[in-house]
Design a protein. Structure first.
Length: 698
């Protein structure tokens, strides 16, 4: 029939096979012949049933994302038309699902009368991750198959479910034990033989009637989901669409679903989330580290330091199935570190995300030591000791003395010069920065700091290892603070200045949370520990008036129950502290600053814009390979709101000329270098180039 769609007859059953590599996406060139085949079957009396199957490694795994936003995706026959055609076939249709039936692929399958899945198959509607709702009947058909509450859960979480669960909840009708297509053909034959009236999913009444009778239960479930949406529109609109499937008749709900889908598709949030989808995949591509560079074998990790980061890093590796040896200065420090690790696991058990058995398995992967000799067998040793160059070098000398040939020697430093650390060893090619984010067992970002001498296979290993422990790795270059913390520093000084000039920590934090950040900079500073920056500033000979004064008072943040805020015993909720306000007023007086009312707008311009500006410089210098890498760093390392796509993407939304103009304004007023517009930013603003799509030319 076509290169992308072929038909095979098995007696009275016509098997249509989709073959659109790599993932059988719903491209126009595949939709056209598929639609034509369905039209033909309808008119062919010798065809008694139809099986829709796929060649290659998976069933249709979704829309063709490269068509998104282009007229091609909507061109006839579009997916809704295909679904309607399948649904109104005059003979039974069966989807034969292997691999993953995701998004449009699952919607296609739901439009068949029946679904037979391979044992290892998964089905799901992950559109929410792209800032969308399912747009071809997913929100209307799935509730009729599995009930509204289960459908809502699947659609809002975007998480696929396995074949067995799909069978249990009613998303598929049978699980094939052996040959899938044969099982689907057999299933179709059975239905023909039964001769029962054909009922499409759209016409199923059982769940629909049950759900309609208990709208209240649905609304409660939807409200619980809405609470977690954190400013994202798509989850809320998913719930609205599923609700419509209960309150409207099928066709009206379907129309409304399409309307919501199209509105989201053209909105900024979905654009931002689609940008991130591609950005994350792009970040995995690193010049000089192609497929031909084999990663080194890593089974056993050594972690030096069992503090905030060392403990979290050790957990991240153990969670990923690796053996981990943790080294500390003494037994007490080890006891403390392991007590925290256990407490963290127990917390996960309490929250229901981990079983007792899993905790024991993970704890079983750890060993502890105070003797460097015990690290001789490690394939990778990472240090997370105090942030001081002299200590790092001393630790690296000890690592080098015991590390076996080919072992990777990594530092989790936040700011220090990885090249200087590497140069202090005799094997700089084996040295790399692996910069985890706090809490390291939770945060997804891993900045892989590529030193001047870092060997390509060390980078390949770091990338593979990062993915193995479920992190999002981004390769960055050496500079003070790399990508994330360097941009953070560009705004930190302004945060302090704003405090002195009249803002309060609560006001600034509120501007950030209103923007969509999970927490403001001061609450975050308290969480991470103010002493880290303090140590760093002391090493550099720089100061931060308020943060330094707080540290001198022993106010390190949550760990001491006092930082920019006050924390009640056992609580992580920041409470404004009059002592801090007095300190700010006193420091302002000392500096001769007259405090004034500060607008929220000013806070945004003086904190977010310098970050964007610094991002442009980072790109200029080649510290980041692409602007989109910077966005990935900020989304996964610092909780930049996903719906805004990261600082570089957001800059384009905000308008580069406006940002340049405001930077110039603040530069003139304050003389502060963070406001001096970067060359790249000015050029992009003048030429109308999108910042987010720029690559480094350095
Ligand atoms: P921390 O103070 O909580 O832990 C440091 C640990 O290292 C302590 O348990 C200490 O006993 C141990 N230690 C110090 N010197 C040692 C030595 N010579 N041998 C063995 N153990 C030694 O500090 P934290 O926050 O875990 O930071 C560690 C490193 O991670 C620093 O380089 C920091 O810049 C970096 N980092 C910190 C982040 C954070 O948010 N806390 C985020 C990312 C990186």
């Amino acid at each position: 029939m076509s290169e992308y769609v072929t038909v095979e007859r098995r007696g009275e059953v016509a098997v249509v096979i989709i073959d659109n590599p790599p993932v059988n996406a719903l491209s126009l060139h595949m939709r056209e012949p598929l639609f034509a085949a369905l039209v033909e079957f309808n008119g062919d009396a010798s065809v008694k049933a139809v099986v829709v199957a796929c060649a290659g490694r998976t069933f249709v795994s979704g829309a063709d994302i490269s068509e998104f936003g282009s007229p091609k995706s909507l061109q006839s026959p579009n997916l809704p038309e295909l679904c309607a055609k399948l649904e109104t076939l005059s003979k039974p249709s069966v989807a034969a699902i292997h691999g993953t039936a995701l998004g449009g692929g699952f919607e296609l399958a739901l439009s068949c009368h029946y679904r037979v899945a391979d044992k290892g198959a998964k089905v799901g509607l992950p559109e929410v991750h792209l800032g969308l709702i399912p747009g071809s009947g997913g929100t209307v058909r799935l509730p009729r198959a599995v009930g509204a509450i289960k459908a809502l859960d699947m659609i809002i979480s975007g998480k696929p479910i396995g074949a067995e669960e799909a069978k249990t909840v009613g998303a598929v009708d049978a699980v094939a034990e052996a040959d899938l297509v044969e099982a689907a053909v057999e299933f179709a034959r059975l239905k023909v033989a039964e001769g029962a009236p054909l009922i499409a999913v759209r016409d199923r009444e059982e769940w629909r009637d049950k759900d309609r009778a208990s709208l209240e239960g649905f609304d409660q479930a939807a409200a619980a989901h809405a609470k977690k949406a954190r400013g994202l529109e798509a989850p809320v609109r998913c719930a609205e669409a599923v609700r419509n499937s209960l309150t409207m008749d099928f066709d009206d709900a379907l129309l409304k679903e399409r309307e919501i889908f199209l509105a989201l598709l053209s909105g900024d949030q979905s654009k931002a989330q689609r940008h991130l989808f591609f950005a994350e995949r792009e970040a995995a591509k690193v010049p000089g580290v192609g497929k031909e560079v084999a990663a080194r074998d890593v089974k056993h990790i050594g972690v030096i330091g069992a503090g905030t980061m060392g403990g979290g890093i050790a957990m991240a590796f153990a969670n990923g199935g690796l053996a981990v040896t943790v080294l500390e200065m003494n037994e007490e420090a080890l006891d403390r570190g392991f007590a925290t690790i256990r407490r963290n696991y127990e917390g996960s058990i309490k929250r229901g995300s981990l079983s007792e058995k899993q905790m024991e398995e993970r704890l079983g992967r750890f060993s502890r030591t105070t003797d460097y000799g015990d690290l001789a067998d490690c394939d990778l040793i990472i240090e997370a000791v105090f942030e001081e160059m002299a200590i790092k070098k001393e630790v690296f000398a000890k690592i080098e003395a015991v590390a076996k040939p080919g072992a990777i020697m990594a530092t989790n430093t936040s700011y220090l010069d990885v090249d200087e650390i590497a140069a202090s060893t005799d094997r700089p090619g084996d040295v790399v920065g692996l910069h985890f984010f706090s809490p390291a067992n939770v945060m997804k970002l891993l900045e892989i700091v590529r030193g001047r001498e870092t060997a390509p296979d060390v980078i390949a290993t770091a990338l593979a290892l990062g993915r193995r422990i479920a992190k999002v790795p981004v390769v960055v270059g050496v500079c003070h603070g790399f990508v994330g913390n360097r941009m953070l520093a560009a705004r930190s000084a302004e945060n302090e200045a704003l405090l002195l000039e009249g803002a309060t920590p609560e006001q600034i934090d509120r501007v950030f949370t209103d923007f969509g950040w999970p927490m403001g900079p001061f609450a975050m500073g308290d969480l991470a520990g103010l002493d880290i920056g303090w140590r760093n500033r002391k090493a550099l000979g720089t100061t931060a008036v308020i943060a330094d004064a707080l540290c001198e008072m022993g106010r390190y943040g949550q760990k001491t129950q006092k930082g920019l805020y006050f924390y009640e015993e056992g609580s992580r909720a920041p409470k404004p502290d009059p002592e801090v306000n007095r300190l700010i007023e006193e420091k302002a007086r000392e500096a001769g600053i007259e405090r004034r009312e500060i607008s929220d707008r000013e806070i945004t311009e003086r904190t977010l814009y310098p970050m964007i500006n610094e991002g442009a410089r980072i790109l200029e210098e080649g510290i980041a390979l692409r602007a989109s890498d910077i966005d990935v760093v900020w989304i996964y390392g610092y909780g930049f709101p996903r719906g805004k796509g990261g600082p570089m993407f957001f800059a384009d939304l905000e308008g580069l000329p406006k940002i340049v103009e405001r930077l110039e304004h603040w530069h003139a007023r304050t003389g502060n270098a963070v406001f001096e517009p970067a060359r790249t930013l000015k050029e992009a603003a003048n030429s109308g180039t999108r910042l987010a799509s720029m690559k480094s030319s350095a």
